[in-house]
Design a protein around this ligand. Structure first.
Ligand code: CDP
Ligand code: CDP
Length: 213
């Protein structure tokens, strides 16, 4: 029996899962794990090895080191695409399950990803599904990566980002193993018209109700 709650934050790319999960963890004094980073690190290692990310990559997942996870180049769009490809491999996912479950350990935790509330912690105390339209998410990711909205080609770059996010979402939702889907007991938050602060307020209110706090 766990000493602290598990809070699952799932949703499509660039919806604001990490931003919310980090703030929730802080507000509730829980550890936070960005599970996307695990898949990004595996994707990065596959790219470094000159390997097609669709080729078997479980060897990379089995020997992930803290250094691999601390790399500064994991946020790049090409790494996100590679992550999505290695993440479709059942053996890669299997190799990362225990790391994620152990992280919540005794204290509980907030974890964000795609399958936290459905596969990793189907018994999570609180499940949140954070989403927004592809256009909103593309703009958020463009700005987050340092894009300049007043640049002459900004519109084309945001459109390209939107296309890339849609391709990745389709792959993540359509795969056989642990696809992105809304858990039956998840609270869905549509964030198109919400600030990160608004999302935190709604999520905290829901979490506190569920936790009886
Ligand atoms: O983790 P995920 O890919 O879902 O998204 P993120 O990296 O947490 O957030 C993407 C960007 O959206 C960040 O720059 C946030 O500041 C911004 N944002 C947000 O997270 N929530 C909103 N309601 C509005 C903007
Ligand atoms: O920040 P963003 O939402 O763009 O991506 P991320 O959360 O860092 O995840 C990168 C990729 O890893 C996703 O497109 C998924 O294919 C995969 N992933 C997954 O399959 N399961 C998770 N729990 C987390 C990420």
């Amino acid at each position: 029996k766990r000493g602290g709650p598990v809070i699952a934050v799932d949703g499509p790319a660039a919806a604001g899962k990490g931003t919310l999960a980090k703030r929730l963890a802080q507000a509730l004094s829980l550890p936070y794990l960005d599970t996307g980073l695990l898949y990004r690190a595996v994707g990065r290692l596959a790219l470094d090895a000159g390997q097609d990310p669709a080729a078997p990559a479980e060897a990379f997942a089995q020997k992930l080191s803290p250094e691999d996870l601390a790399r500064r180049d994991l946020r790049a769009p090409e790494v996100a695409q590679a992550a999505s490809k290695v993440a479709a491999q059942p053996a890669v996912r299997q190799a990362l399950v225990e790391t994620q479950r152990r992280f919540a350990g005794e204290r509980g935790a907030v974890l964000d990803g795609r399958d936290i509330g459905t596969v990793i912690f189907p018994d999570a105390d609180v499940k949140l599904f954070i989403t927004a339209s592809p256009a909103t998410r593309a703009l958020r990711r463009f700005l987050q990566l340092g894009g300049d909205q007043s640049a002459p080609n900004a519109q084309a770059q945001v459109a390209e980002m939107e296309e890339a996010l849609k391709v990745r979402d389709a792959a993540d939702s359509g795969r056989k193993t642990a696809p992105l889907q809304v858990a039956a007991d998840a609270q869905v938050i549509e964030t198109d018209t919400l600030s990160a602060e608004d999302v935190l307020a709604q999520a905290l209110a829901f979490a506190r109700r569920r936790l009886g706090q």
